[in-house]
Design a protein around this ligand. Structure first.
Ligand SMILES: [Zn+2]
Length: 381
């Protein structure tokens, strides 16, 4: 590193490794102009998000996909979506490598893990390779970015309220998960919005676009959930009746199981008897083995039946648990009208919003009543 040797596994985007010396960087004529363009945009105060969208709209291959095409990356884990991301552009804008300098040793390995190393750990070698941009351009961009960063930090911020819909809300049009954005208000509480970033990050008009205020989403989802739970519970027996019925069902299963266990024991005794008869010469060799095989077959059938009954028993137990918890959820919703992250996570699989602001909720508990695999806790069973 001190001699200005490049020690990275792959050349930075915009460069390629010298085929004669893998520690030297050469300009990659295909991608260097992209790097230059990114810096020029940043210098012209084009916002980061806009740069990302420009690159995607121009159809420029994102670095990881480009390096896949050159064979530098083969591991599928390192290949992203193919679209440019904000962090990719940010990393490029922060890399001194484009000025022709090598600044290495930013990270070090501690206990087999890559961690950030301190400033004094940096190994700087100047003019080790051909620059893509000038020092002046790089410095100007760094200063402008620092200024923006400080400006945004200077404004005191209220903390974000927790996102109770985390990982659950998606764009019905393009499938992307919706971004939660805050609009700060001087008077009154901040306003939160959910919206689809596809148009601003991938390409304009590539999605019909979705936008909804969080309060509206909460109100609608609460109403949908209340209705759905009451329908689901309306189909079910009241809990105390369900518990009584459950007990009866379990007793029935227990009787069936114990009958089969006794039957199994009987067959085992018969097999032992057969052997004695065989030894005493009452049964021939052939007769003995034929009868023994018969009994063993019926023991196998019985044990299969016992196993199935045990499964039924477990299913009864877990059904009661589910019905109990659902009744509790419904009660807390109707009483306090409070939608919590925990409730959403337990009851809702996915929420989709379309460009006309229709909300479609996929429930987790639906399968309890509609699925065939699980016996429902309904009145008509
Ligand atoms: Zn979308």
């Amino acid at each position: 590193m001190k001699d200005g040797d490049y020690i990275g596994a792959r050349a930075p985007y915009g460069y390629r490794k010298d085929p004669d010396n893998c520690h030297k960087l050469l300009i990659d004529e295909d991608t260097a102009p992209v790097v230059r363009q990114i810096f020029e945009w940043a210098h012209g105060h084009v916002a980061l998000n806009r740069i990302v969208r420009n690159l995607n709209e121009m159809g420029i291959t994102a670095p990881s996909h480009y390096k896949k095409s050159t064979g530098e990356i083969t591991s599928p884990g390192l290949i992203g979506s193919g679209k440019w991301q904000t962090r990719t552009v940010m990393k490029i804008l922060e890399s001194e490598v484009y000025t022709g300098d090598l600044v290495q040793g930013k990270t070090k390995i501690v206990d087999h893990q890559q961690v950030k190393a301190g400033e004094d750990n940096l190994i700087i070698a100047r003019r080790t390779h051909e620059p893509i941009i000038s020092y002046e351009l790089f410095t100007a961009v760094q200063e402008y970015r620092k200024q923006i960063c400080e400006e945004s930090r200077a404004v005191p911020k209220r903390p974000y309220t927790p996102n109770i819909f985390k990982g659950k809300v998606f764009c019905a049009d393009c499938g992307r998960s919706l971004h939660r954005q805050r609009a700060e208000r001087k008077k009154g509480p901040d306003v939160y919005w959910f919206h689809c970033l596809t148009n601003s990050r991938v390409a304009k008009d590539s999605c019909k676009g979705v936008m909804m205020q969080e309060t509206e989403l909460i109100a609608t989802v609460t109403a949908i959930l209340e209705k759905e739970l009451s329908v689901a519970l309306g189909m079910s027996l009241p809990l105390f009746q369900l518990e009584a019925k459950q007990k009866k069902d379990k007793d029935r299963l227990k009787t069936q199981m114990s009958a089969r266990r006794q039957e199994t024991e009987k067959k085992r005794r018969l097999i032992r008897g057969l052997y004695e008869n065989f030894v005493q010469g009452i049964l021939t060799n052939e007769e003995y083995f034929e009868l023994k095989a018969d009994y063993e077959e019926s023991i196998r059938t019985l044990s299969g039946e016992i196993e199935a009954l045990e499964k039924d028993m477990d299913a009864l137990d877990s059904r009661l648990v589910r019905c109990r918890s659902m009744e509790k959820d419904a009660k807390s919703l109707t009483q306090d009208h409070a939608l919590t992250a925990e409730l959403i996570d337990r009851l809702i699989e996915r929420i989709e919003i379309d460009h006309e602001r229709n909300i479609h909720v996929t429930f987790r508990f639906k399968s309890e009543f509609q699925g065939k695999a699980v016996e429902p806790c309904t009145k008509n069973m």
